[in-house]
Design a protein around this ligand. Structure first.
Ligand code: SDX
Length: 447
């Protein structure tokens, strides 16, 4: 053992570590054993516990996976302390300002930025998968008109596996690629149809001459009665919002997709599981909750009242759009979105911007408050996104749908990376059992 540094954990196993391994001394059994420490390309090292149970009958305990690396991945790197987000090594700032969403989608899927020919071919492939089976429209009729669009997304995306049997054999690389393209291409169409259904307007078909973001806006806001004029600033903002939501390491919904995929479930079912998980207000549902919260606050004078409530341990209220499991610094995506807010609202000629002004004042006050500073709670991706989306014309109920639309490329890329890993095994966590030990059965007459 070289350069041992002994960390005394009291009456628990004492862990000593050096550059390649840690030594566990189980103070109960007096057993002492080494575990290797795995080094990443960049970032935190991991203790390899894969044989801990089979060789030492010990489990690790980490209910919310705060200290658990669930997989190897080359797709996204987050440095939470420094607020850094890389996709295949490129900063989110560079990608958001210099790339398009389909370019980033290619990067996430293939691992390198496409040259012009690769991008044209990929764009053409995606464009020609944007239509959905004509039967699919009848699924929408089964929902109430006031159904939340996320409930429709879960149902319709899961149903895609009923239409595309020719791309559900995950052992076939060709089928995996076709399923990936279908999901990325059809999400905007399915999302726009969910919106149209909720407002009782006819579905609008994709137009192959439009870009990915423009096509989505056209399917969402065009009506057969007149030509829809696309605003280039809005198209660019939409594309950038998609980039900023594309992937984010092993977040809850991505981990859901991976766990579902580890059983061999087809990609459409896995993505439907990811959509379901994303819907939670602690995750992707926060963008809708932020705007609802800002509207409830209503006036800068009421901000202290809500800050107080957010700090009150007896209240379940949290400042939506604030805090993050990994970022203990400003979420770099929030910074880009805050910038975009000003750009889009001004470009749309929206002078009266009460929600943005309220959000900025709320951020200013919170970031001066010891409670938020001490806990390193900063605005996250959801804090400003909704302000742009509602300015573009989306109802709050569509905000998480847009998050799911964009995150589909990340989910698909992570799913593909996992399925193509030769060491793939079904994910099956254990537990710490806190229930009754075995006990004799009691017949009902004696209970
Ligand atoms: C996304 O994982 C990802 O990468 C997700 C995501 C992605 O791209 O996939 O980035 C997208 O989901 C962003 C997060 C969106 N959610 C919200 O904005 C909801 C509000 N935020 C919180 O619920 C919370 O911050 C979480 C869920 C985001 C993170 O929760 P953690 O890591 O479990 O943090 P925690 O609950 O342990 O909080 C630590 C402390 C606690 O106080 P103490 O017990 O130490 O006294 O900070 C407090 C919490 O009460 N706290 C908050 C708070 N967030 C944390 N207090 C008030 N308001 C908040 N928003």
């Amino acid at each position: 053992m070289t350069s041992e540094n002994k960390i005394n954990l009291g009456n628990k196993p004492t862990i000593q570590s050096d550059s390649d391994s840690v030594t566990i001394i189980d103070n109960k059994t007096q057993k002492r054993f080494d575990l290797s420490v795995l080094s990443p390309t960049v970032g935190d090292r991991s203790i390899d516990i894969r044989k801990l149970y089979t060789e030492h009958q010990l489990l690790t305990y980490d209910p919310s996976y705060s200290s658990t690396a669930s997989c190897d991945s080359k797709i996204t790197y987050i440095d939470g302390e420094r607020g850094v987000l890389l996709h295949r090594g490129y900063t989110i700032q560079d990608l958001a300002s210099k790339s398009t969403f389909l370019e980033v989608a290619y990067l996430l899927l293939q691992g390198h930025l496409p040259n012009q020919n690769e991008l044209s071919t990929f764009t053409n492939t995606i464009t020609h998968h944007t239509m959905v089976h004509e039967q699919l429209q009848f699924f929408y009729r089964g929902f109430r008109r006031d159904a939340h669009p996320m409930s429709i997304m879960i149902g319709v995306v899961g149903a895609l596996s009923a239409f595309y049997h020719d791309s559900t054999d995950i052992s076939d690389p060709q089928q995996r690629m076709i399923a990936s393209h279908r999901l990325i291409a059809k999400m905007p169409t399915i999302a726009a149809m969910a919106y149209k259904y909720s407002i009782g307007q006819p579905f609008v078909y994709p137009q192959n001459n439009l870009s990915y973001a423009a096509n989505f806006l056209n399917m969402t806001f065009a009506v057969p009665a007149e030509e829809y004029k696309l605003n280039p600033v809005v198209v660019k903002a939409m594309d950038r919002i998609f980039i900023l939501h594309a992937d984010h390491e092993q977040n809850a919904s991505t981990s859901t997709v991976r766990l579902a995929g580890s059983s061999g479930a087809n990609p459409f079912a896995c993505i439907a599981a990811g959509i379901a998980c994303l819907w939670g207000p602690a995750h992707g549902g926060a963008n809708e909750a932020v705007v609802n919260m800002l509207r409830e606050i209503g006036d800068k004078k009421r901000i202290p009242e809500f800050i107080k409530k957010a700090k009150d341990k007896n209240s379940s209220f949290r400042l939506m759009g604030f805090g993050h499991r990994v970022y203990k610094n400003y979420d770099p995506r929030a910074a880009v979105l805050k910038e975009s807010c000003h750009e889009v609202l001004n470009a749309l000629g929206i002078r009266n911007q009460p929600l943005l002004e309220l959000a900025m004042e709320l951020e200013r006050i919170a970031l001066q408050d010891e409670y938020f500073v001490e806990r390193k709670l900063f605005p996250n991706v959801d804090f400003y996104s909704g302000i742009i989306l509602q300015a573009i014309g989306f109802p709050t109920s569509m905000f998480t749908v847009l998050f799911a639309l964009a995150r589909t490329v990340g989910w698909v890329a992570q799913w593909k990376e996992m399925v193509e890993d030769p060491s793939l095994r079904i994910g099956r966590p254990r537990q710490r059992y806190m229930g009754e030990p075995q006990r004799p059965y009691i017949p009902i007459e004696k209970r």
